[in-house]
Design a protein around this ligand. Structure first.
Ligand SMILES: C[S@@+](CC[C@H](N)C(=O)[O-])C[C@H]1O[C@@H](n2cnc3c(N)ncnc32)[C@H](O)[C@@H]1O
Length: 363
């Protein structure tokens, strides 16, 4: 099945504009560190396997891996095999360079061996019983496929957010996305359950939703307005607008864990749910804005952050369109201008969801 993304904007753009994603990973990593501090690694596998799903260009993924290895090393000095997984179209070049700077392991540990895997994380990708710790950060919110051909009146199925937004997503359209996110989670859990050893941890963190708020909620409304304006200006036609939407869904923590939580959970025999939480992550550039009041810098940083994970998907969805560059320029320039004009109302928010699970004995 063809995936809906080709990776993020490459060439280091994602690495440079993903500090908020790293901030969001901090809390769940502390849960994993505590769990690993209690764990024994006494099986006979040749190495302790640690896999990160959705590694992108690697900066945040390597930083997370460093913390996992640090915690592991308090319990075991066995060789560690780290695996970095992303779509085959991801910019792996930077990841490989980061993994062995100066010909030495980036983890400063000669017993850590690293490899990368290009594949769809909703499929099984690694040998059965070979992974001791699996992680994923800011990635499971990407849908495995486009569930509808067109979303007629908004750019994202979570939308609209602002009370004065003109457009809407119908109940029928929304129901199709609900089915899709459940199906994606089922595939993800099953694939990881096959790869993990009994007692192995699965840590999942992703951008999400909580209490009616979701990550980048009003930003998508502004993007939607910008695209409608592009229709009015003749840059794209209405049909192109309707066919484009962001194949991401901002789930709640309940939607992330429903298949494994509670006595009758469908996949409760595979995983024990240890901990789950939804939380808001402070945005580094918002803190700067509060201090300096510089709306221009704030709007630029916010849009670069938003762009780092939306532009590649937009280019893929609209590839071949004759005015693609003009459209992308128009859209993100408009979003930046709107945020600069009204930074308080169009606050870019980061709601994160996370869960720590343990693989039950083989079933
Ligand atoms: C926003 S980035 C997150 C990168 C990093 N984990 C972090 O937290 O900063 C999302 C990554 O998930 C990857 N991704 C999306 N769908 C995927 C899939 N089906 N299989 C593997 N990777 C996928 C994208 O290619 C992208 O590199």
């Amino acid at each position: 099945m063809t995936s809906v993304v080709t990776g993020m904007v490459g060439g280091g753009f994602y690495d440079r504009n993903s500090a908020p994603q790293w901030a969001a990973a901090d809390l769940p990593l502390t849960w994993l560190e505590s769990a690993l501090a209690e764990r024994s690694f006494k099986d006979t596998a040749p190495a302790v396997g640690v896999a990160d799903f959705g590694c992108s260009e690697g900066r945040n993924s390597l930083a997370a891996m460093r913390r996992v290895i640090g915690a592991l090393r308090t319990r075991s000095d066995r060789p560690v095999q780290t695996l970095f997984v992303d779509l085959p179209t991801n910019d792996f070049g930077r990841l490989f360079a980061a993994l062995r700077p100066d010909g030495r392991s980036a983890f400063d540990d000669p017993a850590v061996y690293s490899a990368a895997v290009g594949g769809d994380m909703f499929d099984p990708l690694l040998p059965q019983n070979s992974v001791h710790v699996a992680t994923t950060f800011n990635s499971v919110g990407y849908l495995s496929r486009r569930p509808v051909e067109r979303l007629s009146n908004h750019v994202i199925a979570n939308g609209p957010f602002l009370p004065d937004a003109k457009d809407s997503v119908s109940d029928a359209e929304h129901a199709i996305f609900m089915h899709q996110i459940r199906d994606d989670m089922r595939r993800f859990y099953r694939a990881r359950a096959a790869e993990l050893v009994p007692g192995g941890q699965l840590l999942m963190q992703c951008f999400g939703a909580k209490d009616g708020l979701w990550a980048c909620d009003c930003t998508y409304d502004v993007l939607n307005d910008a695209l409608l304006e592009a229709v009015d200006m003749g840059i794209i036609d209405r049909d192109t607008y309707e066919r484009y939407y962001s194949a991401v869904y901002y789930r709640t923590v309940e939607q992330l864990t429903e298949l494994v939580s509670g006595p009758d959970a469908e996949l409760g025999a595979l995983f024990r749910l240890d901990r789950a939480e939804g939380y808001e992550v402070p945005m580094p550039f918002e803190e700067d804005f509060k201090r300096t009041g510089d709306a221009t810098t704030y709007a630029r940083a916010s849009v670069n952050y938003f762009r780092a994970f939306t532009e590649a998907m937009m280019r893929r969805a609209l590839s071949g369109h004759r005015s693609l560059d003009r459209l992308i320029d128009h859209a993100f320039t408009r979003v930046e201008q709107a945020m600069k004009d009204d930074p308080e109302r169009l606050r870019i928010r980061f709601i994160s969801i996370a869960a720590l699970l343990t693989r039950r004995d083989q079933t």
